[in-house]
Structures are given as C-alpha cells and as structure tokens.
Ligand binder design. Structure first.
Ligand code: ADP
Length: 312
C-alpha cells in the first residue's frame, strides 16, 4: 500500500449521526496525529462508540467528512479497513479454539498464508506477550489475557492505526494496568497510532492528546496537562497541629472569606494557580503541622468540564 505522509492520520470534520430521534453525534470535528496515543473520552452514551464505528467504516454517518490514513470514508472504505486494526468491546475470537488457532484463522481472512501467516502470528504474539497461553483455548483465558489476544488479532495485518473501544472496561484494576501497558508499548515501541475510547479518566493521563465528548459534542480538547491546567483546580491541603488548632484555622479562613472543605483531618482549599497557596499558607502557618499542594486529576478535569462525575 502506498504510504501517505501527513501530520493528520485521522481527520474528522463535522461528523453527525442520529438513530431515529436520538442525535448520538452532533457535528464533531477533531484530528489525530500519526504515532500518537489519542484518547477519546466521555461518559456512557456520549457518542464515543458511534464516532469510532463511523471512522472505522462500520456505520454510515449522516453528515461529515472523515479521512483515515489519507483515504476518504464512503469512497475508499476498503483502503481504510486495510489501514486499521480494531478491538471491539465484543471479542471476535472463538472460545473453543486456542489463541494460536484463532489467530491463524483470522490471519487467513487477510489472505495471509504459509510463512507469511506464521510470521504475522508470531509478531502479534510477541508484542502482546502471549507466549505462555498461546496453546490454551481462548474461552479458558483470564479477562486480561483475552484482551491481549483480541489486540493481537487486530494487529495481524500490520495496521497503521489501532482502534480500541473501551479496552479495559470490566477488568479489575491490576489487569487494566497490564492491558494498558501493552497498549502503551505498542505506541511507544512500534510507533503505532492508537485511538482509544475510555470512561476511565485516569487512563487518559498517559495520552498525548485527549478529546472529551459529552452529549454527542466535543466538550474540550488538549493534552492531559493543558486540560488539567484549564479545568482541574490545584488543591492545597492543610494539616493542623491539633483539633483545637484546626478549629481556630477554620474560623480564620471563614473570616478571611477563603473557601475550604473538611477532608478527614485536613482542610482543603481550591486554588486557581499553585502560587495562590502562598498567602493562604502565610495565614495558616501558626496552626500548621504540614501541607501539600496537589495537582488536579483527570477526574477533576471531567468534573470541571461537564459539572458531573464521569461514572455517574
Ligand atoms: P458511548 O460509546 O459514548 O457510550 P454511544 O455512541 O454508544 O455512546 O451512544 C450515543 C447515544 O446514541 C446514546 O444515547 C445511545 O443510547 C444511542 N445509541 C447508540 N447506538 C444506538 C443504536 N444502535 N440505536 C439507537 N440508539 C443508539
């Protein structure tokens, strides 16, 4: 396949899609740069799957223009499908067959045969580190092992872009981290462009760029750092010498009209900038045993953008 160089490997312009009267995606525009880890974030029902399914040629949009690897959606869908690997929420693998058998069958769908097929399976297994369970039936694997097998399946035809629709949903935190490490490795070591959707905001910390959608629209976009600067407030946590001292400090803060929240044994003050901690600390110093200034998390970002928790 001819390689097309561009700073945008995916371009989505004014994409819209309705299901009957439900407007799932409303005029969404964004782009993805090659080799990046791109996170498409939003709560359940925000329109993430609809967008990803449209980009991947599985769903016809009502409006909008989409370019993937230089190919135009609706005109060059075959070329788009050759350029992408997709990990669906539902696996495509057969539970009764071993991982290896599954991958060989899937590889043959891409017209891979003989040595070429063997090599493709070997390479996909290497990057996903599946040696220890290659000969086991897919149905007998743990959730995390299955996910890695699903990812390997999507890599057989050496796509340029890997799409993962909520790859870690339903996995326990430890397994989520393992799967996440595999994804990051693919991007860092293989230079793969990774497009993923997730409703775990903390996973987006590792992304190069995030687009946050809510109600089918782009609510915010930027690097995790940009988003945190803009939407998540820093927090100053004050630890007092004793309960009595804390009580005195609470009164003083109230008198000075400095907003605070009680968090267990600590008082928490929202800051617009880190530097805002200084005058508060000066005031609080006589009562303090210690303090911390914490950067906002990506969960705070989501709260800042939408006014609600992502898993509400
Ligand atoms: P997300 O992936 O962010 O959870 P979806 O794209 O699945 O969001 O859904 C966006 C909206 O479209 C939701 O209101 C959902 O109920 C609706 N929707 C999604 N798929 C269909 C469908 N096949 N038929 C009708 N409504 C749908």
């Amino acid at each position: 396949m001819e390689e097309k160089k561009s700073t945008k490997i995916i371009e989505v312009n004014h994409l819209s899609k309705s299901y009957g009267s439900v407007q799932a995606v409303k005029d969404i525009s964004f782009y993805v740069e090659p080799g990046k880890l791109f996170a498409f974030l939003g709560p359940n029902g925000a329109g993430k799957s609809t967008t990803i399914n449209a980009i991947c040629t599985f769903l016809k949009p009502d409006k909008g223009e989409v370019l993937v690897n230089g190919y135009k959606l609706g005109k060059q869908d075959g070329e788009i499908r050759d350029s992408i690997g997709v990990v669906f929420q539902e696996s495509l693998l057969d539970g009764l067959l071993t991982v290896e058998e599954n991958l060989k069958i899937r590889g043959s769908f891409y017209d891979l045969k003989g040595k070429e097929l063997k090599e493709a399976v070997k390479k996909a297994c290497e990057v996903t580190e599946m040696d220890s369970f290659l000969k086991r039936p897919y149905g007998k694997l743990s959730g995390g092992q299955r996910r890695r097998a699903d990812i390997a399946r999507a890599l057989l035809h050496t796509p340029k872009i890997l799409f993962l629709d909520e790859p870690t949903t339903g996995l326990d935190p430890q397994t989520r981290r393992n799967v996440w490490d595999t994804i990051k490795k693919l991007q860092k070591e293989q230079g793969m462009t990774v497009f993923l959707t997730t409703h775990y905001m903390e996973e987006a910390e590792d992304a190069d760029y995030c687009v946050v959608v809510d109600h089918g629209m782009v609510a915010a976009a930027g690097t995790p750092l940009d988003l945190k600067e803009k939407y998540a407030k820093d927090k100053l946590r004050l630890i007092c010498r004793s309960r009595e001292e804390q009580k005195k400090l609470e009164e003083l803060l109230a008198k000075e009209k400095i907003g605070f929240a009680k968090k267990g044994e600590q008082l928490e003050v929202d800051l617009q900038t880190t530097m805002e901690a200084l005058p508060v600390l000066k005031l609080a110093e006589p009562f303090l045993e210690g303090f911390t200034v914490a950067k906002g998390s990506m969960d705070d970002v989501f709260l800042g953008i939408t006014g609600k928790e992502i898993r509400e």
